[in-house]
Design a protein around this ligand. Structure first.
Ligand SMILES: Nc1ncnc2c1ncn2[C@@H]1O[C@H](COP(=O)(O)OP(=O)(O)OP(=O)(O)O)[C@@H](O)[C@H]1O
Ligand SMILES: Nc1ncnc2c1ncn2[C@@H]1O[C@H](COP(=O)(O)OP(=O)(O)OP(=O)(O)O)[C@@H](O)[C@H]1O
Length: 612
């Protein structure tokens, strides 16, 4: 038995029957070289709220597929060991019989949606199982998630985040005992991400549902989960209560998992102040606890017997990039998708804006605000219904897609749509060759290496894990060597290390592309990478600002459901003005001047993670 399962067993309350019991489980995908799961022993009690963490490809989704019967019913690989779920032997059940007990929302949830409208989708599963009250069940699930206003919408009209909520509603409608959500927040705006977790919390606390989330975002794990299962190369490394799990900062970082920013802030502040961390003391993992810690540290510093925290220092606001020739010019552009009755409903509304050379633009805003549509307009996939859009000297209404492709690369939100060939390397080469690049072979090697894809280069992109796929699409985008790089949610589903690499790589793009536009919900990426932030709301620009000023526009943030990164929120609580955008800035603000001999810059995640 793994250490994790031993701990879980020791904590097992008297008389409780586990809701999930896995014993000596091993699984190999058909045709795969290695095993995706090994020596899996796990006990989960009813009513637990569990996070599964682990680097991309460590086996998180595969483990969960054993619980809903997709393994071995759909993935007919080599499975051994036993899996008990809610009193059923999983291997003897069909996927549909297990789905009454286990709801599953997939990472690629779009494939889960099979009915034409949101309401049909929410009612579909109970209707299928012959529940007379299927309408009420569907309606209730929509109301619980706050999306009843979408019920008449066609599924194909929904944005990514709206589709995710619909898939969750479909899963909730069967009233299952166990709810598994594979990366709940990957495609959601911060408001909806929090909302989903609040709903999961409600289902857990009020209805006793067992919740399992696969999660790369440790701040959500810290705020909502009770325990963490840490996966590593197809095995369970351990199962720990959440605070102990997230306090294992160095171990997590070594496995490409980014601990919460506030936890890193405390660790780095102690290091910078020369204070030795006591092994048995747990770090704070939430904003509240970290704020209390730093307030206490200030008090202690006055008696001079503990961590010295200086008064926060003010930092100057960075200048925004000076305007040069615009590369992209929207002049009164409107766009609407056609409905089934062939009318157009407006999505982009009378937009006039310019993007310049040197702009690193983060396009943010709530689900459905029109971010992806804006990228599609620039790439020429969609053309304005009204107004003019000029991209690198071409009016997109008149230019052919081939002409625009010479200047613009568009990396889609859904990675699977980017794979054409039967291997990742061939996909990257395909786009590079189409640009007639000399010496493409070594360039491909370099791109694959930088995205940690060298070992995966001969694999079919469609059969990679979600995070691996995301990295592969970035490699494809880079191979296009565009003037204007458009990326839709590039960090969704990435583990911390890949997110860090991605941020660094995007920063290095400046020399290779002239402007980059990213649609994203990842506020940490916004804070650390962008030099211009465009907040979209209802298809219009609500705010066009620099990334530091963004978080001081409280009214806009509230209106558009955006949340500052954890470290920014913590620094605001502590009165640091302007607030810190990264752990490194925070440390410099509270612990002192980096040029001081006592200041040790071991701050931020990159120090820990960058070495891997
Ligand atoms: N259908 C498949 N066929 C072959 N190999 C697969 C298949 N699906 C996943 N794998 C491989 O199994 C391993 C575990 O994948 P899994 O999707 O479980 O990882 P994960 O931890 O969920 O990753 P991520 O964080 O990227 O979603 C990976 O090496 C992946 O490439
Ligand atoms: N192919 C389509 N056909 C019809 N309507 C669409 C289509 N794609 C998106 N929409 C609608 O257009 C609006 C804007 O969607 P878009 O995908 O641009 O938003 P977004 O800001 O990128 O959202 P998210 O953050 O959820 O990805 C949404 O109301 C959505 O329902």
């Amino acid at each position: 038995m793994s250490a994790g399962s031993k701990e879980a067993n020791e904590q097992r309350p008297e008389g409780l029957t586990p809701i999930i019991a896995m014993q000596d489980v091993q699984f190999q995908y058909p045709g795969a070289e290695g095993t995706a799961l090994r020596n899996i022993n796990l006990i989960i009690q009813p009513g637990e709220f569990i996070a599964i963490a682990g680097t991309n490809g460590s086996g998180k989704s595969t483990l969960c597929k054993c619980l809903n019967g997709l393994i071995p019913n759909y993935y007919v690989g080599d499975l051994s060991g036993s899996v008990q779920v809610a009193g059923l032997t999983a291997a003897e059940e069909t996927v549909s019989s297990l789905s009454r007990k286990v709801a599953y929302v997939f990472q690629d949830f779009e494939n889960q949606l099979v009915r034409p409208t949101v309401y049909d989708e929410a009612c579909f599963a109970p209707l299928n199982y012959g529940y007379a009250d299927y309408r009420e069940r569907g309606q209730r699930a929509l109301a619980m998630l706050g999306i009843d206003h979408l019920k008449e919408q066609w599924i194909w009209q929904l944005s990514g985040g709206q589709k995710h909520l619909t898939a969750l509603a479909g899963a909730l409608s069967l009233d299952p005992d166990i709810i598994i959500v594979d990366e709940p927040v990957a495609q959601l705006d911060p408001y909806h991400a929090k909302l989903i977790y609040e709903k999961l919390k409600l289902l857990n606390e009020q209805f006793g549902k067992t919740i399992i989330v696969i999660e790369h975002h440790t701040e959500f794990i810290a705020d909502y989960c009770h325990k963490v299962i840490l996966m590593d190369s197809g095995t369970i490394r351990w199962v720990k209560p959440v605070q102990a799990a997230l306090s294992a900062v160095d171990e997590l970082a070594a496995l490409h998992i980014l601990p919460p920013q506030v936890t890193l802030a405390v660790r780095d502040a102690e290091t910078a102040a020369g204070q030795v961390h006591l092994r048995d003391r747990l770090f704070p993992i939430t904003i509240e606890d970290a704020a209390a810690y730093f307030s206490e540290a200030k008090i202690l510093s006055q008696t001079n017997n503990a961590l010295v925290i200086n008064e926060p220092i003010r930092k100057s606001v960075r200048e925004s990039v000076p305007a040069s020739n615009p590369l992209v010019t929207f002049t009164n552009v409107s766009y609407g998708y056609k409905t089934i009755t062939r009318e157009r409903y407006p999505v982009i509304q009378d937009m006039s804006i310019r993007f310049y050379e040197g702009d690193r633009i983060a396009l943010v805003g709530n689900n459905g605000a029109g971010k992806s549509t804006l990228l599609k307009l620039i790439s020429g996939i969609r053309r304005p219904s009204a107004g003019q859009l000029d991209v690198c000297g071409y009016l997109t209404k008149q230019a052919s897609p081939e002409q625009l492709a010479d200047f613009v690369a568009y990396v889609y939100q859904n990675p699977e749509e980017m794979f054409i060939e039967d291997s990742v390397r061939k996909d990257v080469e395909y786009f590079l060759k189409s640009r007639n690049s000399p010496d493409y072979s070594s360039f491909v090697d370099e791109i694959l290496h930088r995205m940690r894809l060298t070992d995966l280069q001969d694999r079919d992109g469609r059969l990679l894990s979600g995070g691996q796929q995301r990295r592969a699409t970035l490699a494809i985008g880079l191979a296009m060597r565009p003037t204007v790089m458009l990326l839709d949610e590039p960090t969704a589903s990435l583990d911390a290390s890949s997110r860090r690499e991605m941020t660094d790589m995007l920063a290095q793009l400046d020399g290779q592309v002239k402007t980059t536009v990213i649609a994203t919900h990842d506020m940490q990426l916004v804070a650390e990478w962008a030099n211009r932030v465009i907040v979209m709301h209802n298809g219009a620009v609500a705010l066009d600002t620099d990334q530091r000023s963004l978080f001081s526009h409280v009214a806009v943030l509230e209106k558009t459901g955006l949340l500052a990164p954890q470290i920014t929120q913590l620094s605001q609580r502590l009165g640091i003005d302007p607030p810190s955008l990264s752990v490194a800035e925070f440390i410099a603000s509270v612990v002192g001047d980096p040029s001081s001999p006592h200041y040790v810059n071991r701050s931020k995640e990159s120090a820990a993670i960058g070495s891997h």
